[in-house]
Ligand binder design. Structure first.
Ligand code: SAH
Length: 361
């Protein structure tokens, strides 16, 4: 698909025409990754963060949330509970918390891999290559790190502090692949200052990066962050101007559908942020328009509301049983089935196979 075609779909408003996009995405999903929806158990193990991301409610400067760190025992107990409930994968997510250095985190990963049959996905921000290698060595299977936007200037604006830059993050993703990880990335849709043409570029980057997992959600403004305040102060905000991508469920669904068309074999979640801005239909619509993965929050309830990257996150007060029931209802109504086992990305499996052939294995 060419850039002009992607842009035309992003700007399309006619529901009749859009129906074609939805059908194409759903057919492509079914043909490539089938009807199974892989469920991932999410454990948000620390909300400490050294970063300054202007959009995130856990940014270092934010003083109004209590910070928590789960203990190694708590993390292991949550992992075992995930396995007991039938999950094949857990996602260990956190802020960029230096207290969990590579060694500490590697020990946790190693124990989980020894004591369970779970696949382990890490989502703990930027780490050095040495650290990422040590974590892979300890048994981590997947790494998830969004590049957020491919617009260099916007990236710089929303990630002040100078320690990180877009080029480095985009370089890190192929490095993760070389280390043997299944690699995930993604973006936020409707960041103040995000233009349509940069969103087209984001989608082209997904393909270029040969990603195994691609997660996209709407930007959800957090009133206690600089970017949230910019969003809400209409006068000062560039938000109403013509080339601004809106942070709506409709645009997010178009991005999910186009992602499926561009990267047919990748694992695509119907994201929590999408379900946050459309609490009735978000998860369902994502699954109907290209997605094949759902994340279920297994963070202990006492910590869950503190992992506040944005407000009113979907599923924040639901018990694991309630959430699983809700997921089952959604799958049943869509005629889809829950995936069994770790549910790796087909993109990754095929890459491994062709590498095996290349090396004569
Ligand atoms: N610290 C880790 C993981 C936690 S943040 C990391 O940076 O990768 C996980 C994702 O939440 C981010 O990649 C970002 O895309 C998303 N996020 C953060 N703040 C958000 C907001 N206000 N609205 C929507 N998504 C947000």
């Amino acid at each position: 698909m060419k850039a002009t075609e992607i842009l035309a779909w992003l700007l399309e408003e006619n529901p009749e025409h859009l129906r074609r996009l939805w059908i194409l995405a759903d057919q492509t999903r079914r043909k490539n990754v089938g009807d199974a929806v892989h469920l991932r158990g999410l454990i948000e193990f620390s909300n400490y963060c050294r970063s300054h991301c202007l959009y995130c409610g856990m940014r270092r400067e934010r003083k109004t949330i209590p910070r928590y760190r789960m203990t190694e025992e708590e993390i292991l107990a949550s992992a075992k509970e995930a396995e007991r409930r039938g999950y094949g994968t857990i996602v260990l997510q956190s802020g960029e918390d230096p207290e969990f250095d590579a060694q500490g985190l590697a020990n946790i990963v190693r124990t989980i891999k020894q004591e369970t049959s779970l696949a382990v996905t890490l989502s703990c921000g930027e780490r050095s290559e040495d650290e990422l290698a040590a974590l892979k060595e300890a048994g981590a299977d997947r790494y998830f790190l969004r590049f957020e936007t491919s617009d260099r200037l916007l990236w710089k604006k929303i990630h002040p502090g100078g320690e990180q830059d877009l080029a480095h993050r985009l370089d890190l993703l192929p490095r993760l692949r070389e280390l043997g990880y299944e690699v995930g990335s993604g973006i936020m849709v409707g960041i103040p200052g995000q233009t349509w043409s940069s969103l087209v570029e984001d989608l082209l980057w997904f393909k270029r990066l040969d990603l195994d997992m691609i997660g996209c959600g709407p930007f959800v403004p957090h009133p206690d962050t600089p970017l949230g305040r910019e969003f809400f102060s209409l006068e000062a905000s560039p938000y109403r101007k013509g080339d601004q991508v809106p942070n709506t469920d409709l645009v997010t669904l178009k991005v999910i559908a186009l992602t499926r068309l561009l990267c047919p074999q990748t694992n695509i979640p119907s994201t929590t942020a999408l379900a946050t801005i459309n609490s009735e239909q978000g998860y369902r619509l994502g699954l109907q328009r290209g997605a094949n993965v759902l994340m279920v929050n297994l963070t202990p309830l006492k910590y869950r509301s503190l992992y506040e990257i944005y407000p009113a996150k979907a599923g924040i007060y639901a018990s694991p049983q309630q959430q699983l029931q809700e997921v089952k209802n959604i799958l049943l109504s869509l005629g889809r089935i829950a995936g069994q086992g770790p549910g790796p990305s087909l993109n990754y499996e095929e890459r491994r196979q062709s590498q095996g052939q290349l090396w004569g294995r």
